[in-house]
Design a protein around this ligand. Structure first.
Ligand SMILES: [Zn+2]
Length: 348
């Protein structure tokens, strides 16, 4: 984990290069750190720089003087995780009621997520898939291009287990991921390319214990080989808003490198994160298919919730300070990921 390159340095380089090229438009093409508003979209936008039509003729006028107006204003408040904003999403999602996989309430919650992401300037992609009972569910996905092609996935499931309105499980994860999306909406946070996935239908939908994780399994099953190779890690944010301890979990089938890194970086941030092994054959959250695909994956959550899967798991059950603690940590962790960290995750 290296230190973040000071933003001002990026701007200085951009401005200098723009001046050298004598072409102001180059500033926009120089990298994902300074995208146009709304440039972080749900569709994969790559190669814009090479497809440019700029073949400037001999320049006869001096290049424009660089000005300080290149960098958009980014206040410290705007760039830090805000638990109260995340809680607003927790309340809104929980208010939609029990969101069983494939239900109308789950669909409405996905629509809420789409609306929120659009308001932040993203173009979310919605992918629908069929459940074993014939109902349809959906994932909502956005990609945030980074400086490097390596991808880091952060997921949170939208659905809840009846009769629970799913406050902690898992409007907490959805609220956290939406707030992280806001923080990163100017494209100037993490260096890795990020994929934020709001998964449909994580919970078991009937009496069959393997009938769950539909959204994440669907997504991984359709992931091209090259994309798998590019994916450096995956965190499932699930039950992040209640309880004292923070856990990272895997099935101990795939690499444990991400859990180890979370534990170490947690310690650095003053948080105790302890490892737990998932029970059962299929794991307990959406990290399962990623882990089975050999991608360093981990469930990050708080796991001592006495009202888990009950009607008492309401929005008011979620503890804003606990939500904020994990949200701030995840932001710092993801923004610290660099090439060195990717190599460590892959065991290189
Ligand atoms: Zn859950």
């Amino acid at each position: 984990m290296g230190r973040a390159l000071p933003r001002i340095a990026v701007v200085v380089v951009a401005v200098t290069l723009a001046a050298a090229l004598g072409w102001f438009g180059a500033v926009r093409l120089l990298g994902p750190r300074t995208p146009a508003p709304g440039a972080a979209t749900g569709t994969e936008v790559t190669g814009t720089a090479s497809s440019g039509t700029a073949t400037p003729a001999v320049e006869t006028t001096p290049p424009p003087e660089p000005t300080a107006t290149v960098e958009p204003t980014r206040t410290p408040e705007a760039e830090r995780f805000d638990a109260s904003r995340a809680m607003t999403h927790v309340r809104a999602v929980t208010a939609l009621g029990v969101r069983k996989g494939g239900s109308g309430a789950e669909s409405r919650a996905a629509a809420y997520v789409v609306d929120q992401l659009r308001a932040m300037g993203y173009e979310p992609k919605v992918e629908t898939f069929k459940l074993t009972n014939g109902a349809r569910s959906r994932n909502v996905v956005v990609r945030i291009p980074g400086e490097v092609e390596d991808v880091f996935v952060i997921g949170a499931h939208i659905d809840s287990k009846p009769p629970s309105p799913g406050g902690n499980d898992n409007a907490s994860g959805v609220g956290m991921l939406l707030e992280l999306a806001r923080v990163w909406s100017d494209g100037r946070g993490p260096r890795l390319t990020l994929e934020l996935v709001f998964f449909g239908s994580e919970e078991i939908i009937d009496g069959v214990s393997s009938h769950h994780h539909f959204g994440s399994r669907y997504r991984v099953s359709r992931m091209p080989e090259a994309e798998r190779g590019r994916t450096a890690g995956m965190i499932s944010l699930d039950m992040v808003g209640y309880g004292r301890t923070i856990n990272t979990r895997t099935m101990l089938r795939g690499p444990r490198s991400l859990s180890d890194m979370l534990i170490r970086e947690g310690r650095r941030a003053g948080l105790t994160i302890s490892f737990l092994k998932d029970g059962g054959r299929t794991g307990w959250s959406d990290h399962e298919p990623y882990e089975n695909a050999g991608i360093p994956a981990a469930w990050l959550g708080r796991q001592q919730d006495p009202v888990y899967h009950s009607a008492k798991d309401t929005a008011s059950h979620v503890q804003p300070d606990r939500l904020g603690q994990v949200g701030e940590f995840v932001q710092t962790f993801v923004e610290g990921l660099d090439g060195e960290a990717v190599a460590e995750l892959r065991g290189d």
